[in-house]
Design a protein around this ligand. Sequence first.
Ligand code: DHB
Length: 308
Amino acid sequence: MDLSTTIAGVRFSSCFMNASGALCVTREELLALGRSRTGAIVTKSMTVEPRDGNPAPRYYGFPGGSINSMGLPNLGYRAYAALIPELKTLGKPVIASVAGLCEDDFPTIAATINAAKPDLIEVNLSCPNIPGKPQIGYDAEASERLLKRVRKVITVPMGVKLPPYFDPAHHEMMGEVIGRCGVDFLNLINSVGNGLVVDPEREVVVIKPKGGFGGLGGTIIKPVALANVRAFWKIFEGRIPIIGTGGVVNGVDAFEHVLCGASAVQIGTVLVEEGLDVFGRLEMELSAQLSKKGYTRLEDCRGKLKEL
Ligand code: DHB
C-alpha cells in the first residue's frame, strides 16, 4: 500500500513520523529515527540555550495515555542547526521544531535554523510545561505577532503546532490569525495541557514538576485531536495541509485522523512506550485498514468523514 504523502510540496515516503518530544532530543536519538521507518525526522522543540528540563519523574505512561512535564530539555538551537545537514543525509525530510521561552527567542532561532535548511519548520506555540509561561497559542494576538515575525525569516515551508481548542469560537479566531500569517501547514494538536494524574494507592501525583500537572497524550486525547483536525480542515476547506497528532496508537486511529483531514500523523506516547519498531506496525495496520475499505491511497479518503 502506498502510504506516501506530500505536505507543502515536500514528499514523505510514509505518513507516520515521530511527534516532537518523542525520542528526538539527542544526536543519537535523531540518527536512530533516521534509520527507522519514520517518514520524517522531527526534532525536539528547541530553545536558545541548552536545557536539562524539569526534575524527574517527568513522564508517566498509564493504560490509555501519558502525562509529561519535560520542561523543554534540548541541546539549544545552535546544536540542532549544526546537526541538520547530517540528518538530511539520511534520506527523509527533516522537520525542525522551534520554540522559545519568550517571543523574541522565536525569530532568533528561526533565522539560524532556516539557514541550516531543514525541509520544514514547525513553530511550537503550545508548550504547556514551563512554570510561569502560559501557552502562546491560547493568546491570539501574541500568536499573530509572533507568527508574522518568524514568517519574515523563514523561507522553507512554515507550520504551526497548536494546542487543543475546546470551543468553535477559538477555532474561528485562530483560523483567522493563521489565514493572515502565511502558514503552510498545521500540526494539531499538542498535548492537552495541565492535566493531573493521581495514584490513589500512594495518594500522590505521578510526576514531580508543577505539583503533578502536565500535558496529556495518548488514546485519551484522540477525540480532542480529531475534533481539532476536523475543525481546521473545515475552516480552510482542505487548503492548508494538516499533520494529525494525538491518540494514534494503531492503524485505525491513523485512518480516523485521515478521514478528519490529516495528510500525515505523528506519534508521541506510543513511540515512547513501544520504541522505533512501532512505525512498521502502524504501516501494516493502516495498509490493512485502507485495503479493507477499498482505498489504494490516502488521498482517496482524506477529509471524507461523513456527517449524519
Ligand atoms: C514540552 C511538552 C510539550 O507538550 C511541548 O509542546 C513542548 C515541550 C516539554 O515539556 O518539553
